[in-house]
Design a protein around this ligand. Sequence first.
Ligand code: OSB
Ligand code: MG
Length: 369
Amino acid sequence: MRIEQIELKEIAMPLISPFETSFGRTTLRRILIIKIWADGVIGYGECTAPEHPFYNHESIDTAWLIISKYLAPSLINKEFSHPSEITQFFPQLRGHKMAQAALETAVWELYSQAKNISLSQALGGTLKEIPCGVSIGIQDSTTDLLKKIERELSAGYKRIKIKIKPGLDESLIKAVRNSFPNIQLMVDANSAYSLSDLELLKSFDVYNLMMIEQPLEHDDIVDHSELQRQITTPICLDESILSVDDARKALSINAGKIINIKLGRVGGHASAKEIHDYCYKKNIPVWCGGMLESGIGRAHNIALSSLAGFVLPGDISASKRYWTQDIVEPEIEVNSNGTINVPTSAGLGYQVNEKQIEKLKQRSLVIKN
Ligand code: OSB
Ligand code: MG
């Protein structure tokens, strides 16, 4: 296949309700959608870089620059036979994995469209349905949080993740546990703590959490290893893992027991699959994280989650939890038992709604020869 043209499009999608983490609050998602043409076929990808560089160093604006100036031009006119060859065309830039993943994942979709197979099949996925959990942001009050959890449980979701931050942690977890003694519950700190909070983090152990996600620094594994020695709650690494090498190093020093794999953070499907395969061999559970994606990114996450090692519920939930109208058809729906069916039709398995994208468009750029 020969890559002919690449389009970048920024769309603005207002969230149904604001999403708050330890690093900030999001009300409007600015999302960069990638479209790639080759041999008369189209593939879609989504850049998961957020509005601001607060989760990691990337933002939609840095990704736009890196993709338009360095990455997209390096792919034009390139011939490939399999998507795993794509990243070798990129210049040797450091980091910017979300920018890289936006293009790499689009090429995987393009390839599976051309072969007329599902993206799940192209990736080697075997699961027919995937277990789903929800990530619930910081709420204005504990009552609001409990109500929200109640609603998600009755929708069928299999596990609840709540965001915590210093000052809004132990008593919140206690309140949730008291109301829901038996649910699968976990917390995500997004790097808001340090080893000086050891006693506090130890106090979470009595609440039988499935895991605590990324309690310490975004680029740390050493302190996480020390923390894991001192707490019984399994640590799940998110921000710290950008590659299979990172996973190998972290696991070798017991910096955690579970890994959250995010397509953007690790640079795309090939890298995500490498991390998955490595963890699968070592019996380390993985699950697929989310970055408040539109339907395109969500569909990529679903395909990835069909790999056999994604045994824990991912942060992949229905379109309607986030959007009044998504940009794919049908919208992503969750079964009453908290699973999503993995599509079997070609590519992402969802139709991209170009009309809706056009309505939401803020800027666009075409790169071709
Ligand atoms: O840490 O998992 C995270 C959203 C934005 C940035 C970081 C994270 C999240 C989530 C949301 O938890 C997951 C979702 O998309 O539902
Ligand atoms: Mg996280």
